[in-house]
Write a protein that binds this ligand. Structure first.
Ligand code: GLY
Length: 258
């Protein structure tokens, strides 16, 4: 059984952190409906969805991915790079403690979950404005005993590593070559985003398929041509908040080691 932790959209989402997209008006009602449909897509793909209540004092709290990393053996609470987001983790930690032993990134480390891409036993970490060398070193130390290798990856022009590259099949990554050097991932098959769809590299893999934004039809065709089953969702309002498909959930196996 897969668990997906989510959190309802905050009424204050319009006051979110923004780094690489301009601030435009967000329709909160539409954002909530889109988020509901996203959760339904998670359920349709076999996840048990846990929904935390919205936190109106935390505009970005819907983006639960950034506050924790969940491995089969352990969960690690991050210390988000944006100070406004450091209060978001406590209620997620309360839930994760039921499933995994918990560890944490400490100051001066800063790390956003959106910067962490695990592929098998390799953990790629974006060197972004949100995630620093101190956190990457702490993560390396925390995970070394479990047999994971941590590799730092420079990013450019985007918020997170997973804005630039995500896993879409066992041996296949979806990549935006303008934002990360594809040579880092030379061991995998790579699908490049369509050049007209700049933000199209973020897909949420669940089993044999992906949850994917409906607004990137050309890249979707590339995914489907590679045999990847795509569940399309409209996330326009969450994208205005610099969110994407992976940001809105923390997905993990309930009993990974049993
Ligand atoms: N609005 C998402 C973030 O900047 O963290």
């Amino acid at each position: 059984m897969w668990i997906a932790i989510t959190r309802d959209v905050s009424g204050s989402l319009g006051g979110c952190e923004l780094s690489f997209v301009p601030r435009t008006e967000i329709d909160i009602g539409l954002a909530a409906r889109q988020h509901h449909a996203y959760r339904q897509a998670l359920e349709a793909l076999g996840c048990r969805v846990l929904s935390l209540p919205a936190q109106d004092a935390m505009p970005d709290a819907v983006f639960v991915e950034d506050v924790a990393l969940v491995f089969d053996e352990v969960a690690i609470m991050t210390r988000p790079g944006a100070e406004s987001r450091r209060v978001e983790g406590a209620s997620v930690a309360d839930v994760l403690a039921e499933y995994r032993p918990l560890r944490a990134i400490d100051a001066p480390g800063t790390l956003d979950g959106g910067d962490v891409l695990r592929v098998d036993r390799t953990v790629y970490v974006g060197q972004s404005a949100r995630s620093n060398a101190a956190a990457i070193e702490q993560l390396r130390e925390l995970l070394s005993g479990y047999g994971y290798t941590v590799q730092a990856v420079p990013t450019r022009g985007c918020l997170h590593l997973k804005s630039a590259v995500t896993q879409v099949a066992d041996d296949t990554l979806l990549v935006q070559p303008a934002w990360v050097d594809p040579a880092v991932f030379a061991d995998y098959k790579l699908i490049e985003v369509d050049p007209a769809e700049e933000h199209a590299a973020n897909a949420l893999r669940i089993g044999a398929g992906v949850i994917y934004p409906a607004c990137f039809p050309h890249t979707r065709q590339r995914l489907e041509a590679a045999g990847i089953a795509v569940t399309a969702v409209d996330l326009s309002e969450l994208q205005k908040a610099e969110g994407a498909t992976t940001c809105c959930s923390l997905v993990f196996r309930e009993n990974a080691l049993r």
